[in-house]
Design a protein around this ligand. Sequence first.
Ligand code: B1H
Length: 835
Amino acid sequence: MKTNTPTTSQGAAAVGATVRVGLDPAALQQGIVDHLRYSIGQLPALATPAHYYRALALAVRDRLQDRWIRTTETYFEQERKLACYLSAEFLLGPHLANNLLNLGLEEAARGALAALGQDLDTIIDCEPEPGLGNGGLGRLAACYLDSLATLAYPAVGYGIRYEFGIFAQQIRDGWQIERTDKWLHAGNPWEIAKPDICYEVNWGGHTETYADEAGLQRVRWVPFRVVKGLAYDTPIQGFGVDTCNTLRLWSAEAVESFDFQAFNTGDYFEAVEAKLRSETVTKVLYPNDEPAIGKRLRLAQQYFFVSCSLQDMLRILDLAGVPVERFAERYAVQLNDTHPSIGVAELMRLLIDERHLDWDQAWAITVAAFGYTNHTLLPEALETWSLPLFRECLPRHLEIIFEINRRFLDQVRARFPGDEARVARMSLIGEVGDKQVRMAHLASVGSHAINGVAALHTDLLENSVLADFHELWPERFSNKTNGVTPRRFLALANPGLRALLDRTLGTDWLVDLTALRRLEAHIEDPAFRSEWRAIKHANKRRLADYIATQTGVELDPNWLFDIQVKRIHEYKRQHLNLLHILTLYRRLKADPGLGIPPRAFIFGGKAAPGYFLAKRIIKLINAVAGTINADPEVNERLKVAFVPNFNVRNAELIYPAADLSEQISTAGKEASGTGNMKFMLNGALTIGTLDGANVEIREQVGDENFFLFGLTADEVARLQRQGYRSADWLDSHAELRAVLDMIGSGHFASGDSEVFRPLVENLTDSDPFLVLADYAAYVACQERVASAWSDPERWTRMAILNTARCGRFSSDRAIREYADEIWGLQPVAVSAHIA
Ligand code: B1H
């Protein structure tokens, strides 16, 4: 493999690099051939696309390697501040195509493979998807890594190397079936194991005090169990720069010495069992998006990766010879939701118990280092841990949290004397029912910056869930509206549009998304509009082909593609979408000549395996699809498809094919949404409520280019305060009642009136997300959509405007805001000296 092994001096490394890891097709071809032979050991004659995938991936990683090492070296030499993004999830999606794009290697790879008789697209499809996240929160972390590297910010992503990522969803008889995601099955050519970078993490047991050499009283944690965390590094190459940052994921392993204790007592099986228990910590991603589950293993995962990450930061500081007192000058540590918020107590423990700093100094460092991003207001999603469980697992951290709380509540009392109700509300320990540790309060008290993820969300955060904290520390709060990376979600996902943009505007939109504004100059050019439509049509064809192979449902690319893809959740209201479909279905059945434009309704998304109603919603979508698609009276105007296993890879086919983006959550419930931005980027129009980032999307694109409907967050809150009665909406709306009756009657379930009863009753009896209240407005708004669609030139203008005005929703803009306003971070140019 190594035709010219680099030697020690940098000059020699650079010379070796140009020979061995050249970016031209011939060098790349040689790299593939070498890896096929020396890394994989496959005869060329027997090599399958999967072998070629692996060989190409390794050859590409070689081409990242010098940049990667040079980047790490540069950060170390220049002693600059590093952003550490702590996240329990990184929903990266496939690496290969992204790395080819960011390295400028796409054409070379296509050529090299063609010379070997292989097709690049087939090879790209062989990559298993690293699905180490549930949905928006994990994908946001991945977009942020891409932007950090592209903007040359020194940064590390820290997370968990789950052996099984988000489950693979299959649909059987209309129901969701979960299959384990064995993404590491064939090995992972992108990661490099760093077995020498490992830390011990304690668990359980008790604490005791002792006197140190100077006679000072200190605390020692005597754990019940110790687990080792091993680093696995993945390169995160920026687009068009030499910066290649690191994603460091931790994998749990048993600690030898602990096993030996059991060996010595002769209990071999006990020792092996203990080993297995240790290694379960990083086995599987919890598949719950939003509701917190409160399981011990989940707390173990959180503590495990946070402790490894903070120990790693301290080790690097030591290596650089920087005193620990300067921790916060060198690290900005961002908490992606409360999942890593135990870090506040862990850094205090490391600084006080292990580095012997005093409390005030440790606390000043901690608050200066941490920032906290909140991603949800849903009460069931706010993490708390039962106090007894917490004490049993993390006894030292509970002591520290009590002390943080004592000092914090003194501050609250000093500021608001006599207001004990406020003290109880703000306490880190909840006393409503069984006692709990409130992680959002720990994160807020321990961070100098707290942010929401869209303007409305931050506003609601400041006025509801964290209102008391906002009153105490208004200066800590700010908004950081989410963003998405245009590299993956436009350049990779939509090659047709990418080519048109490059030809029309040049290529700077890839790193300055506001450049798309210049598209507006072409909007009145009929030739441009017709090119635009041709691209959209081809994207719809591509998706229709995919859906046909996955589900057997045939869709016509001339129809309006109306798409809702996201996790299945009541608050996201996939069932509201269904009620509209069934309204059209009934109208058509009653009047076959009804003049409505033909529409394909496309859904996709996973339900948490234990979420009963969400799973019934999937079943209902598939049942409705089965009935409608098979009914010749309606299937020339309506079709419904459910794309199984919505993930990053098929998302890249879906967003570019959409005409209409469904963003119909109950106002006040969706913190931001990021799918909404990916649709907009690809020229879809949005039908949506005033929720999350929809508000800002509408501001950018203009009221006249956005289909707005529904109650506002204030109206929702008011209705719920007054005592919302869903029956009121039923009484006044015969069509709605008829649709619900139809679902309840078993019409879509071969006469089985049981299967959808819980869904119907949920709506008629309580309707927690005000589906019925928004129904009429939604249906009316969909009529406005239909009428706009009937004028293709008008629709195309609106579509172009959506793409033209989406600049604000680039993750580059979001990352610059975090860097400037929260982290105090400067870009650092990296030069890899590579030809
Ligand atoms: C979001 C989550 C989430 N908010 C708990 N909260 C999880 C909470 O495994 N868990 O325990 C997993 C995920 N995810 C989403 O974050 C919001 O709902 C979206 O509106 C937002 O766009 C996204 C990114 O900010």
